[in-house]
Design a protein around this ligand. Structure first.
Ligand SMILES: Cc1cc2nc3c(=O)[nH]c(=O)nc-3n(C[C@H](O)[C@H](O)[C@H](O)COP(=O)(O)OP(=O)(O)OC[C@H]3O[C@@H](n4cnc5c(N)ncnc54)[C@H](O)[C@@H]3O)c2cc1C
Length: 442
């Protein structure tokens, strides 16, 4: 008898945790073949990326090789190129290359490809902004931030120095707020090593500006927790500008539209964390794509109108009869992954499936040095207590004991020593590559 094939696309929170759950539940089922395709051979623990940027955690410690997490899953480091839903086939090829393809067949397909960064209909800005989605982004951004401090330290012109020392974060969601908070706490500590930045003849402040197009930050979370975060960010020196929409970015300024009209903010660094656009691969799945660009699923996490296809994580639109969809967070992606794995096996055994009921009661975010917010088991926690809880929960979710110990060690060292300020010259910055994108038309 041929094996039943479950194919998972994407090696992020949703894909990896789904495969992990399948390995656990079908431990003794020799008739099942689980495969996973992802363009990197490692899983990135994204909630800790801002701490890589600030130098609190070593970059290698927040990534775990997929093959070492999933010992019974067939792993392919490859790009998913095309889906042939009718014939239940997926074409894959070596990541980042256009060479030969290999075709994988499946009985059940799990789509967990996350989303792409949304440049709000301004593709040309990609040449000027940093993103923070993966390990390389974090390394490049960290190096750039230190480069800006080094340049500012020798810059004689005050205006240029201010541009070098202005760091704009676009997007007030989890990644934007956490990045702004981490940067502020990093500068707090780092400037003492840059005498001309700290108290040169014409000292200018290091500015971290968080731009959010809506009237609140952290739309993924409870309003009270979001307001607390906003106050804490402001207290730590972050300039938070609500109702401020970015309309253009260049190498040395950001154009903003707010209640006062169009204004220009001179800055050499813009970090884009706003919005998620659909992964282009998911357009090949039939059925109505939701306007958010995510795949609508039923309460069992099956893609509506597609046979044998499941969607989980940031690429799934899970409304579950509620007015607001399940927020795109790692915590939800893990729970969706576990329920999807159970339902796939139940459906294959023709048994009743489990409804995915998302629990908005568990929410957490870290805002910088010893500050976090959390909603847990009906309680709301703020400040240092939430920060300890965040660390305990996320540490336990990081796959592999070795990595957990390393992160724990990094956190401990950070309590007693200053962060590393090594600047690597010549590290490839993808923004320069992106400058070959379509030119602005306005
Ligand atoms: C900086 C940052 C901080 C965050 N902080 C938090 C937090 O504190 N708490 C929280 O709950 N959430 C947080 N999030 C959100 C969280 O990371 C996401 O919700 C979560 O990663 C979603 O998981 P996913 O598996 O759906 O997508 P992803 O983790 O994005 O994984 C998608 C996977 O698909 C792969 N892939 C994509 N396209 C292809 C292709 N064509 N071929 C092959 N592989 C492909 C990618 O390489 C990746 O491995 C944060 C996100 C960021 C970026």
């Amino acid at each position: 008898m041929s094996k039943k094939r479950i194919l998972i696309l994407g090696g992020g929170f949703a894909g990896v945790y789904c495969a992990k759950e399948l390995e656990k539940l079908a431990r003794n089922d020799a008739g099942l073949q689980v495969s996973l395709v992802s363009r990197e051979n490692f899983f990135v623990f994204t909630p800790m990326l801002p701490q890589v940027v600030s130098g609190m955690i070593e970059s290698n410690h927040v990534v775990v090789p997929v093959r070492q997490i999933l010992k019974r899953t067939q792993f392919y480091e490859a790009d998913v190129r095309r889906l042939d839903v009718k014939n239940k086939k997926v074409a894959i090829g070596v990541a980042g290359e256009s060479g030969p393809e290999r075709v994988l067949e499946y009985d059940q397909l799990v789509v967990s490809l996350g989303g792409d960064t949304n440049f709000a209909k301004m593709p040309y800005i990609q040449g000027f902004v940093f993103t923070l989605k993966n390990l390389k982004d974090a390394l490049v951004l960290r190096n750039h931030v230190i480069d800006m401090l080094e340049r500012a330290d020798i810059e004689g012109d005050i205006e240029n120095r201010q541009k070098l020392l202005t760091f704009v974060v676009v997007g007030g969601g989890l990644s934007g707020a956490e990045t702004a908070g981490e940067l502020a706490s990093f500068f707090d500590e780092a400037v003492k090593y840059y005498p001309n930045v700290r108290n040169g003849l014409a000292a200018v402040p290091v500015r971290v500006v968080l731009l959010q197009s809506r009237d609140r930050i952290l739309p993924e979370l409870d309003l009270e927790l979001a307001d607390f975060t906003l106050n804490e960010l402001v207290k730590s020196g972050v300039e938070v500008r609500l109702n401020s929409r970015v309309v253009d970015v260049t190498a040395d300024h950001v154009e903003i539209m707010d209640g006062k009209g169009r204004t220009t903010l001179p800055a050499n660094t813009t970090i884009w964390t706003a919005g998620v656009s659909p992964n282009p691969v998911v357009f090949e799945i039939p059925g109505a794509m939701h306007e958010s660009g995510r795949l609508p699923v039923d309460s069992f996490l099956r893609v509506k109108g597609a046979d044998g296809i499941w969607a989980i994580g940031d690429c799934a639109y899970i409304a579950d009869g509620r007015s607001a969809p399940c927020p795109p967070t790692a915590q939800h992606a893990i729970r969706e992954a576990q329920v999807a794995a159970q339902n796939i096996l139940l459906s294959m055994q023709c048994k009743g499936m489990k409804r995915f009921d998302y629990d908005s009661n568990k929410q957490m975010a870290v805002i910088g040095e010893k500050k976090a917010i959390a909603r847990f088991a009906g309680f709301k926690l703020y400040g240092i207590a939430a920060w300890w809880l965040w660390r305990a929960v996320y540490l336990q979710k990081l796959p592999m004991l070795k990595k957990r110990l390393r992160v724990l060690f990094d956190w401990t060292i950070d309590m007693f020593f200053d962060r590393d300020l090594t600047h690597i010259r010549g590290l490839k910055d993808d923004r320069k590559v992106a400058r070959s994108l379509p030119a602005r038309t306005q």
